[in-house]
Design a protein around this ligand. Structure first.
Ligand SMILES: Cc1cc2nc3c(=O)[nH]c(=O)nc-3n(C[C@H](O)[C@H](O)[C@H](O)COP(=O)(O)OP(=O)(O)OC[C@H]3O[C@@H](n4cnc5c(N)ncnc54)[C@H](O)[C@@H]3O)c2cc1C
Length: 362
């Protein structure tokens, strides 16, 4: 049996930044990831908000800066939204994941691929992982929206989801062909449509060397990417476009799970449900709270003090307002109302707030 201080289940954004933060403070940490290598089989679109890019510097060649949002109503009328100084980064997401993995390894974390977390059980003060393969003091569940760690330790589980589907295209010119060259901005194209993308939206975005086309629906509705692409053929020129990759997955949208910890077993990232219920953005919260949890455990292990789970209980986001707004959007915004609202200044102000307001994470 291998003894370590912390075992992390899951090597996504959350697990890798947590492992790096622990290793940087000299705490022995083993991360178990079921995929064969970093960046394999990504499910995310990988858009990073400006404030995340400011907190975590990522290599420039893995990103592309997008400054505007063009928001379409179901009728395909649109409005352009812009905020001075705000930007998004679209990313080469597999490349980004390799970067975070390399950073964790460089800091001294033991990152083990092709080795899933299979089981965990309390053994006195310690926790046995994978039938005694590892013994640790802290176990972190960073194993995504359907967490096995949560299941094994009777922690809260995500129950509400969006389901996203996306195709990556080469040769898709990113311009609304109904408009002139001057009218086409460096934009993130978003499509509101409660029939195709109930409870969320569809998107067409410029990424690193490709264009990403996708949509998400509030489950149990399922996204129909082919129907969305058919609709998009009225806006973009698909005649020379070729699909080079497909991806998709679950996005928790019900807020923080309860309970998110028991003794020294703590959930993080999507496992904990810390994804914005409104924007479905979870990368920044995964990276930020991964780092904070790693630093907090390291402080506790090295100096004692407040238990890390109690610290996280104070600072994990609850998203109460965003959950309320999500419910309003789901139930009180049919397509005809969205068509009507798209040119309304109050609606545009609210939409700009959703896209551009800087989120302060504790
Ligand atoms: C289609 C889609 C598009 C999205 N687009 C965006 C976006 O543009 N911007 C944004 O901010 N957010 C987006 N999100 C949300 C974002 O991807 C997640 O919130 C983020 O990836 C959460 O990171 P995480 O590390 O918690 O979980 P994950 O990224 O899910 O990582 C969990 C890891 O755990 C591993 N794992 C699972 N089970 C085990 C096990 N038993 N043992 C070992 N390893 C295991 C998985 O292989 C995975 O590597 C999107 C999500 C989806 C599905």
């Amino acid at each position: 049996m291998s003894q370590t201080e912390v075992v992390i289940a899951g090597g996504g954004f959350a697990g890798l930044t947590c492992a790096k933060a622990l290793a940087e403070k000299g705490v022995p940490v083993v991360l178990l990831e079921r995929k064969k290598e970093a960046g394999q089989g990504m499910h995310t679109t990988g858009i990073i908000v400006g404030e995340c890019a400011e907190e975590f510097s990522v290599p420039e060649h893995l990103t592309r800066k997008v400054t505007d949002v063009r928001l379409y109503a179901p009728s395909l009328r649109h409005v352009d939204l812009h905020a001075p100084d705000y930007f998004f980064l679209t990313t080469d997401t597999p490349g980004l994941m390799k970067y975070f993995s390399d950073e964790a390894v460089k800091a001294g974390a033991s990152v083990l691929y092709d080795l899933p977390y299979r089981s965990g059980a309390q053994a006195g003060e310690r926790i046995n992982v994978n039938e005694g393969m590892f013994s640790c003091r802290f176990l972190i569940g960073a194993d995504g929206p359907r967490s096995k760690v949560a299941d094994d330790f009777k922690l809260g589980q995500n129950t509400q989801f969006l389901l996203g589907a996306e195709a990556e295209y080469e040769g898709l010119p990113l311009a609304d062909m109904r408009l002139s060259a001057e009218e086409n901005a460096n934009a993130f194209y978003c499509f509101l449509d409660q029939k195709l993308a109930y409870g969320y939206l569809g998107w067409v975005i410029p990424s690193v060397g490709v264009t990403q086309v996708g949509l998400a629906q509030r489950m149990p509705a399922k996204p129909d990417i082919d129907a969305f692409v058919e609709r998009m053929k009225g806006v973009f020129d698909f005649s020379n476009a070729k699909v080079v990759a497909r991806r998709g997955g679950l996005i928790p949208c019900g807020g923080l799970v309860k309970p998110f910890y028991r003794d020294n077993v703590i959930l993080l990232g999507d496992s904990a449900g810390i994804v914005s219920p409104l924007t479905a953005g979870g990368i920044h919260t995964a990276l930020h709270y991964g780092k904070v949890l790693g630093e907090t455990i390291a402080h506790y292990v090295n100096h004692g003090g407040e238990h890390p789970a109690e610290v996280m209980a104070r600072i994990y986001p609850r998203f109460w307002l965003k959950q309320g707004l999500r419910k309003i959007y789901e139930h009180a915004a049919p397509n005809w109302a969205l068509d009507f609202a798209i040119t309304n200044p109050v609606f545009n102000y609210a939409a700009s707030n959703v896209f551009f307001r800087k989120k302060k994470l504790k």
